[in-house]
Design a protein around this ligand. Sequence first.
Ligand SMILES: [Zn+2]
Length: 66
Amino acid sequence: MSIRLSEVLCPTCNRIIKESEYVLLDFVYTLSHQECYDSYEDLLIAAGTYKEVAKEFPFFYEDLLN
Ligand SMILES: [Zn+2]
């Protein structure tokens, strides 16, 4: 089964986040690279690689939206 993650741009550096990159997810479901995130850590709800975070928050899987 092939799973395709949605393309998400990091709001800070405007690069597409790759599934192996370490990311942080905040309470309004904004995904940023760990090194780009500059807000309060209290606001975070998930951390890990994009692939790991997407497992917990299935709306990142494009195919489920179709
Ligand atoms: Zn970034």
